[in-house]
Design a protein around this ligand. Sequence first.
Ligand code: ADP
Length: 318
Amino acid sequence: IESHRLTDLALQQAKQAADQASLAKTRYVSTISHELRTPLNSIIGYAQLLDEDDTIPPHRKQAVSVIRRGGDHLLGLIEGTLDMARIESGKLALDVKPMRFTEGLDELARMFEQQAASKGIGFAYEPQGKLPPVVRADEKRLRQVLINVLGNAVKFTRAGQVTLRVSHRRDMAHIEVEDTGPGIAAADVERIFEPFARASEGAQGPIPGTGLGLTISKMLTDLMGGEMTVSSTPGQGCVFRMRLFLPAVRAEVAQRELTRPQRTGYLGPRQRILVVDNEEVDRELLRQVLVPLGFEVHTAASGHACLAVVAGVAPQAV
Ligand code: ADP
């Protein structure tokens, strides 16, 4: 009994140490991602402003859109890293809104059609029956899951084709991605959803990847009130099946919620805003966004500077 107690104690201590290390890692990843995000937001913000600026000559527009795309891509990577940290600490919340479903699927299909064509394999999109034009979903997460599964299918298939089938019944979407690739050995089917799990190397040698995609995708489908399964005949290909809770949205509701009018100003007396930030670029960015909308913008570079001017400016918002 005594040695049992000691073993138990040691186990508890080891678990505590591991939990603490894991927490420290999650905090580190979150902090560094936030640090990267701040300057990136000014880059993307300015690129957006330049993109909408008619005085930019056409030959520079190209450069601006490269900056914008590069910025968006980086932001995506950073957010992916944050996702992992959030999922690990159980803090990820879905952002569910009306989303254009059929349009989004068409767009994805076109994107993968091109990818497949450039590899010399086929791609078929087979919507089954009538699909609702608008559903409630976290569009970004849904796309993330589909892009991962479709991306894998195209990546691992060397000949033949990838087929995407989608049907929708009683608020559930059934999505199937079938490929004619190498398939997954029975021993690996159980493991591929585990973090960093990658099937044993086949005859074709290593294929780049992190082994995190399916882990995140499966966690996300679970979060979305669904499930993801896979079946495979090694040598012939595999089928990934997803069942997702994506309730259809009625047309009039969709119409109302999906049209985003462009902001041009506001009614009523002019409002004063005091922008306080130690970064000049960020203060300027907000000024450039707010002034055209009719705000009177004042700035301060620190908390002390803010306190020194706030009474005189008497802003409606800080
Ligand atoms: P990655 O693709 O970055 O390695 P994933 O988590 O997306 O990470 O996939 C994990 C593993 O599952 C892959 O490395 C691969 O071995 C296997 N796998 C996933 N999709 C397929 C597929 N369509 N055909 C064959 N193997 C697959």
